[in-house]
Design a binder for this molecule. Structure first.
Ligand code: PMP
Length: 439
């Protein structure tokens, strides 16, 4: 039974087990937004494989695409050989790319995970520029392999310069809003121009258009454009990590489109594989400096993932699910802000499209330790309260994830196919959970 499975896995798996700790359920069936547990309970899944399931679980077009490959007895593993399945995938993907990338991009299949594509992107810009240093941002998350970790927030490393990521709310300068973003941009510019800073000629800058794991922090458009100007003027390749923001989630097919910024390199994974593992980098032709064999990998040719991914990309495009995500996301955020007016523990509500964060705070704790450099203004984050909200959500059949520097941001990443009624049900359950924890 489910209890035995939970017990055995808890005993067998590494201490690094994460989601399984806060979500002790045993999924056995899933369709769309809904997961069914082995105990027969049903859950609304707003974690969606950490933002992977653009079309929800087991969408018919995805299942059909996978079955077609199986029924044709097409090879499932052919390393990086050209196949009709790959041809369809690259055609569909290239048609979605922003700006001049659509005309002249190169693609490197990596794999199987987002972190592998991040590694490839970092290696690519280092090879192309012949330089070594990298620019990355506070609070970033790019993956768990060593290169990706080095550009994620946390311990500083020698070859990576950490720059302030502007945040509307807990601004690194304690200012917030547009002023905070301007300060962050000026800080970056002065570092780039200061010969003593040692970062004049880095190999690249890597940025998430919306920080996801970092607590759902959208990069302000003007700031991102400024980063594009600063890097372009200095010949520094700009890498956009769209692993989580891609394929319509933020209300545009790619999140960089909101600002009009066209990066030099895009790191793509999660939704592009239609729920199966797939990761690629796409980049400007001029950066294609690799010699044959310079970047390899056994699992660069996952045919099932490419087929599922093609179906997903096409379905999002043909049904304008990106626009739908933008509209519905705005309405959901409005209702969450209303919740914030009713409950003092609901702090900042933010996001883009169906990538939504609700900060759980405790206004009755005047000066909690570890709240960072932000002195005035927002009440301190409340991780314990946030964990309680997550558990109350689960009790009500709603799966949500926590994120952010203090693990106090309730993250909603529903599939783009979520209906208005389902979205209402999600928000009802979240509101009930908040009411249950707030005294
Ligand atoms: N980049 C971003 C922006 C991500 O959100 C993630 C995963 N959450 C990754 C990279 C790493 O992807 P993976 O877990 O597949 O290695």
């Amino acid at each position: 039974g489910p209890d035995g499975i939970l017990r055995r896995q808890a005993a067998r798996e590494s201490a690094a087990r994460t989601y399984a700790r806060s979500l002790p359920i045993v999924p056995v069936r899933a369709r769309g937004l809904t997961i069914e547990g082995a105990d027969g309970r049903r859950y609304l899944d707003c974690l969606s494989g950490a933002g992977t399931l653009a079309l929800g679980h087991n969408h018919p077009v995805v299942l059909e695409a996978i079955r077609a490959v199986l029924d044709a007895e097409a090879p499932l593993h052919v390393l990086d050989l050209a196949t009709p399945v790959k041809d369809a995938f690259t055609s569909e993907l290239f048609a979605t790319l922003p700006g001049d990338l659509a005309r002249s991009a190169r693609i490197q299949f990596c794999g199987p995970a987002g972190t592998d594509a991040v590694e490839a992107a970092l290696k690519l810009v280092r090879t192309a520029t012949g330089r070594d240093g990298l620019l990355a941002f506070s609070g970033a998350y790019h993956g768990m392999t060593s290169g990706a970790l080095s550009v994620s927030g946390g311990a500083p490393t020698v070859r990576v310069t950490r720059l302030p990521f502007p945040q509307d709310y807990r601004c690194p300068f304690g200012v917030g809003g547009e002023d905070g973003a301007r300060l962050a941009a000026r800080w970056t510019e002065s570092l780039l121009d200061d010969p003593r800073s040692g970062v004049r000629a880095p190999a690249g800058m890597i940025v998430e258009p919306v920080q996801g794991e970092g607590g759902v922090l959208p990069a302000p458009d003007a700031w991102l454009r400024r980063m594009r100007e600063l890097t372009a003027a200095r010949g520094i390749p700009l890498i956009a990590d769209e692993v989580q923001t891609g394929v319509g989630r933020t209300g545009a097919f790619w999140a960089v489109e909101h600002s009009g910024v066209v990066p030099d390199v895009m790191v793509l994974s999660k939704a592009i594989g239609g729920s199966l593992p797939l990761a690629v980098v796409v980049y400007r032709e001029e950066l294609d400096c690799w010699q044959p064999g310079d970047h390899a990998g056994t699992f660069r040719g996952n045919q099932l993932a490419m087929a599922a991914g093609t179906a997903t990309l096409r379905h999002v495009r043909e049904n304008a699910l990106d626009r739908r995500a933008g509209d519905l996301g705005r309405r959901m955020q409005e209702r969450l802000r209303q919740l914030g007016r009713e409950y003092a523990c609901v702090g900042d509500v933010r996001g883009r499209g169906l990538m939504i964060g609700v900060e759980i705070v405790d206004p009755e704790v005047p000066d909690a330790p570890g709240t960072g450099p932000c002195v005035a203004g927002p009440p301190p984050p409340a991780p314990d309260l946030a964990a309680a909200v997550q558990q109350e959500c689960l009790r009500r059949g709603l799966i949500v994830e926590l994120g952010g520097r203090h693990s106090c941001v309730v993250r909603l990443l529903p599939p783009l196919t979520i209906t208005d009624e389902q979205a209402e049900a999600v928000l009802d359950r979240l509101a009930d959970a908040v009411a249950a924890v707030w005294r």
